[in-house]
Ligand binder design. Structure first.
Ligand code: AMP
Length: 378
């Protein structure tokens, strides 16, 4: 299929901030944008689109309307029903990445199976669909373990840590008897991620290795390059590339990793741009959203290599005493402000982020943290 040039239209499944930043890039490059939100109105992505379709992801009229409006479909969120892919296939509209990759990413068991089949290492794990299987998994793996709901989990939601075998029953109740994946707690030195883009022609690129700090299971701060030696960086990138190849990715994939004394393990994958890649917007000639646009349209990938940069997430908690004083950010020449256009600020809700680009990873990490702290320092 020939490349889709500017003037054609990108269909985005999901209306969140990742779709918004793709829409911004698509607009810059002269593409049209249509967003399918699954129900919500005036979404971060929809507000920047030519059209925001608010139908449900299973509503065939909405799906047909969406598919007929666009030239290629991509995802900004993987926890969605996948009927849109069937409607697109019937209409001959390409879906990139494929629905098979999305299906693997939305079920932790399928994901672990796909990763294992790809030959990449993950933490020791067992599936469990009943309380008996959960108890047996805890027994087999040895505590501590984390039981994670197999489907629709993110940011630590649907996860319970089990420190002694006696806690298995309570965890089963907390998780509402859902099918789970049970995995050993990994004693990692740091969390890393690598964001890979792969084009229609199989060309592959990445943005180097990101180092991620989480607070309450939510990504709080990313720094690139990660503070790891060349060997670890090479291994992290190799694991991410191998994962992308094994899944036959077309588009962008974030591979989240644990750096352990015993080597690199994959935690999970996200078949789309990722918040650990937000700093690439300013740090690379072609950031993660531009690579996504280039990959899904069959255009050549750009140069994703990054200058040292750091990203600090702005969560709704910062709005507790009213909107932060954004003048404090705009007064800083080396810090970039991104707000996602979300109306209501709730604790834990991702409202925006700050990026600082510089010459040194330690300095940019310090700067972006200081500027975020100053936002509410009134
Ligand atoms: P997840 O939703 O699986 O990405 O988990 C969110 C966060 O929980 C990760 O970024 C880690 O900080 C932590 N976590 C998840 N799985 C494990 C594990 N097996 N061992 C240790 N920490 C984990």
């Amino acid at each position: 299929m020939s490349p889709l040039p500017p003037g054609t239209t990108i269909g985005i499944v999901g209306g969140g901030q990742l779709g918004r930043m793709l829409a911004q890039t698509a607009r810059q490059h002269g593409y049209g944008v249509v967003v399918l939100t699954g129900g919500a109105k005036d979404t971060p992505a929809g507000l920047l689109a030519d059209e925001e379709i608010t139908g449900d992801f299973t509503d065939s009229a909405a799906l047909n309307h969406f598919v007929n409006r666009v030239d290629v479909i991509t995802w900004e969120f993987e926890n969605v029903e996948l009927q849109v892919a069937d409607v697109a296939a019937a209409a001959g509209v390409p879906v990139r990445p494929s629905a098979a990759i999305i299906a693997a990413a939305q079920d932790r068991q399928l994901e672990k199976e796909a990763l294992t089949a790809a030959g990449v290492r993950v933490a020791a794990w067992r599936p469990a669909a009943t309380l008996g299987e959960l108890r047996a998994a805890v027994e087999a793996l040895g505590t501590p373990v984390i039981a994670k709901a197999a489907r629709f989990g993110y940011d630590g939601k649907g996860q319970v840590r089990i420190d002694t075998p006696a806690e298995a029953d309570a965890a089963w109740e907390t998780l509402d008897h859902q099918r789970v994946v049970v995995e050993s707690v990994v004693h990692f030195e740091r969390e890393l991620s690598v964001i890979v883009a792969r084009g229609v022609d199989g060309t592959i690129g990445d943005h180097g290795v990101m180092e991620n700090d989480h607070v309450d299971h939510i990504l709080d701060l990313t720094v690139t390059p990660a503070d790891v030696n060349d060997e670890t960086a090479k291994a992290a990138r190799a694991v991410a590339h191998a994962t992308a190849l094994a899944l036959d990715l077309v588009g962008v994939l974030c591979v989240e990793l644990f750096d352990t004394p015993d080597g690199i393990l994959v935690n999970e994958i996200a078949p789309r741009p990722h918040n650990s890649g937000h700093c690439t917007i300013e740090a690379a000639a072609a950031g993660q959203f531009e690579q996504q646009l280039r990959a899904i349209t069959g255009m050549p990938l750009g140069d994703g290599s990054c200058r040292p940069a750091a990203m600090a997430q702005l969560l709704g908690d910062l709005w507790t005493d009213g909107a932060p004083d954004f003048g404090r950010v705009l007064a800083e020449p080396d810090v970039h402000l991104h707000l996602y256009g979300k109306g209501e600020a709730r604790p834990g809700r991702k409202m925006g982020h700050l990026t600082c680009v510089g010459d040194d990873r330690t300095q940019v990490r310090q700067r972006v943290g200081d500027v975020r702290a100053a936002l509410t320092g009134r």
